[in-house]
Design a protein around this ligand. Structure first.
Ligand code: C2E
Ligand code: MG
Ligand code: MG
Length: 577
């Protein structure tokens, strides 16, 4: 029942109003002065207050003022009742927040109409406030559970949905988590700027939505990382989805008239046991994702315990790599290259080794990628250059014939902006003439930023350094494309040289590479020559030099010095070719 409080000091008037209200089916409460009126209003929270203005103790204005100050009573509709019909009184009341004004004497109908109108208005107001509150709540929920850029669920909602899925599918059911992370996205963003990045991320989100079933949850976790909950553990189904995602993302994106090519790495893991461990499953999917990245990206990997072991190993290696340099655990070996015209050692490639205190020798194939990823390659690379140059100088000082040393430069090291300055400083400090230092680069290093790479290689060339293209044939670029870089030497990758006699495809490729290199005026070195048959083939087809176990494995600087002293040659072997 609607509760109305009547504050009126004149008893007759009060009784009269109370009676009218009671007959109008309101619950009416009377108060004989302002103080009592406020007390009742605060305790009972009536739906409406009718209040006289002129009263002893606290007058009507005072009552209204106090009620408006208290949040619990602030919005109760308030009607003034007075014999005074002065315009100023009216204004004062309205300014204090009164809703209406009734002048005594009033008729019964007048009072009831006024009350009904006020209550109606109040109901409409309450309705609106409720709607607004619901909207604010919905907005709050939205920003709590959804990513504003892509409108996809966020991590929190992913968590909730995972819980819901578990409840719905019952015990024993398993689910899978697929993590999708865009490859090299930071580099791409650097070139595009942030506004275009956001548009790109939105487009990625909508392509991912296409690949995902309506039952599955696709969420955005970080700038370029998405997660999908899939209610399946069937690996062929999961793989099909991953393949479709890769395909969708490989289609070029349009960005302000530019074509942008994206790729992603995907890690997939399935819940184990009771299947309620979201964090564990995400962690496993992350291990699989890291593996996919390590293998070059643009691919998916399914989690397996074996992967976990590899990743723990890698972690341990990574932390000990940080100290390897300071602890003097790194060393260089040198593998001679021999010219096929005279069988003599023409140069040597410096190859790094890590003598790990517990594991023994760790292959550069294992730790160089880690050093690349965590940045340790920069100080390590500098150490290699410094050590190799110092070694050249030492051989020269010992009176040995001048020997050029080739040093491998990794991609991250190549991006180092002051690399040329460092090279000059090292040459100056050690006193090595530039032509005795050769720098080996791979295609993938150069194609990351062609214009910059060209400029840098030209600087090196101008300094008098020798430049070689390492592992040729393992990348995707054609030799004519690579012609734009000023190389001196081309090293044919071991995989082509291997079995060159029994594998006609390798034989044809090696032959073509040798003749093309010749036409480009490049010296050719064949890597990984292990057998006399391989050597014979290379010799026959005009390869300039070889490097491989057949002549020598990588050896210590002292052993190489001895080899030079004794003038070890390949001539014996060439003799009966
Ligand atoms: P790479 O530059 O292509 O070096 C040649 C690799 O082939 C060396 O492996 C060498 O030991 C191996 N090899 C030479 N002859 C033969 C052969 O007849 N048969 C076989 N099976 N292998 C042969 P290594 O020393 O394990 O180095 C592997 C890779 O690690 C190198 O490939 C190079 O990319 C990288 N690396 C080595 N040292 C450094 C370094 O100081 N800095 C950087 N950035 N990378 C390095
Ligand atoms: Mg090399
Ligand atoms: Mg190589």
């Amino acid at each position: 029942m609607t509760k109305i409080l009547v504050i009126e000091d004149e008893e007759i008037v009060r009784a009269n109003i109370l009676e009218i209200l009671a007959s109008g089916e309101f619950e009416a409460i009377g108060a004989e002065n302002g103080r009592i009126g406020i007390e009742i209003a605060e305790n009972e929270i009536p739906d409406l207050v009718i209040c006289d203005i002129t009263m002893p103790e606290i007058d009507g204005y005072g009552v209204l003022e106090q009620l408006r100050q208290n949040p619990a009573t602030a919005t109760i509709p308030f009607i003034f009742l007075t014999a005074r019909a002065d315009r100023t009184d009216f204004r004062t009341g309205m300014n204090l927040g009164a809703d209406d004004y009734l002048t005594k004497p009033f008729r019964r109908q007048e009072l009831l109409t006024c009350i009904t109108a006020r209550l109606k208005k109040q109901a409409a107001y309450e309705q609106r406030s409720k709607r607004e509150l619901q909207q604010v709540e919905a907005q709050l929920n939205y920003s709590l559970y959804y990513d504003h850029l892509t409108k996809l669920p966020n991590q929190l909602l992913l968590r909730e949905r995972f819980g819901q899925n578990l409840k719905q599918s019952g015990p024993g059911a398993s689910h899978s988590i697929m993590l999708v992370d865009l490859d090299r996205f930071d580099e791409i963003v650097e070139a595009l700027g942030h506004k275009r990045r956001d548009l790109l991320v939105q487009e990625v989100a909508s392509r991912l939505t296409v690949a995902v079933n309506a039952r599955d949850t696709l969420a955005r976790l970080q700038t370029h990382k998405f997660a999908i909950i899939l209610s399946s553990r069937d690996s062929s189904k999961l793989e099909a989805i991953a393949q479709q995602i890769l395909k969708l993302l490989n289609r070029p994106f349009q960005s302000d008239g530019d074509e942008v090519c994206l790729a992603a790495s995907i890690g997939i893991a399935t819940t184990v046991g009771d299947g309620d461990d979201l964090d564990g499953t995400i962690k496993n999917a992350q291990i699989a994702l890291s593996r996919a990245k390590q293998l070059g990206g643009n691919q998916y990997q399914m989690y397996s315990p074996e992967l976990q072991r590899v990743s723990i190993d890698k972690l341990a290696l990574e932390s000990s790599l940080r100290y390897a340099l300071e602890r003097g655990e790194l060393l260089l070996q040198y593998q001679p290259q021999v010219g096929l015209s005279d069988g003599r050692i023409s140069s040597a490639e410096a190859l790094i080794r890590w003598r790990h205190p517990r594991r023994g020798m760790v292959s550069p194939l294992e730790f160089i990628p880690i050093a690349e990823a965590n940045g340790a390659i920069v100080p390590i690379g500098e150490w290699v250059l410094q050590t190799a140059c110092a070694q050249v100088q030492q051989w020269r000082a010992a009176g040995l014939p001048p020997l050029r040393v080739a040093v491998n430069i990794s991609a991250r090291q190549f991006q180092q902006s002051n690399l040329t300055d460092r090279l000059v400083a090292i040459l100056n400090n050690t006193g090595v003439p530039p032509e005795l230092l050769e720098l080996e680069l791979t295609e993938s290093t150069l194609v990351q930023n062609v214009a910059e790479a060209k400029q840098r290689l030209q600087e090196w060339k101008d300094l008098g350094l020798k430049i070689s293209l390492d592992d040729f044939g393992t990348g995707y670029s054609s030799l004519s494309y690579l012609r734009q870089f000023p190389f001196d030497i081309l090293k044919i990758d071991r995989s082509f040289v291997h079995d060159v006699n029994s594998d006609p495809k390798n034989a044809a490729l090696t032959k073509t590479i040798i003749s093309m290199a010749e036409s480009l005026n490049l010296k050719v070195v064949a890597e990984g020559v292990e057998t006399e048959a391989e050597l014979a083939f290379l010799y026959r087809h005009g390869c300039g030099a070889i490097q491989g176990y057949l002549f020598s494995r990588p050896i210590s600087a002292d052993d190489l010095a001895q080899m030079l002293c004794s003038d070890k040659r390949l001539s014996l072997v060439i003799g009966h070719l």
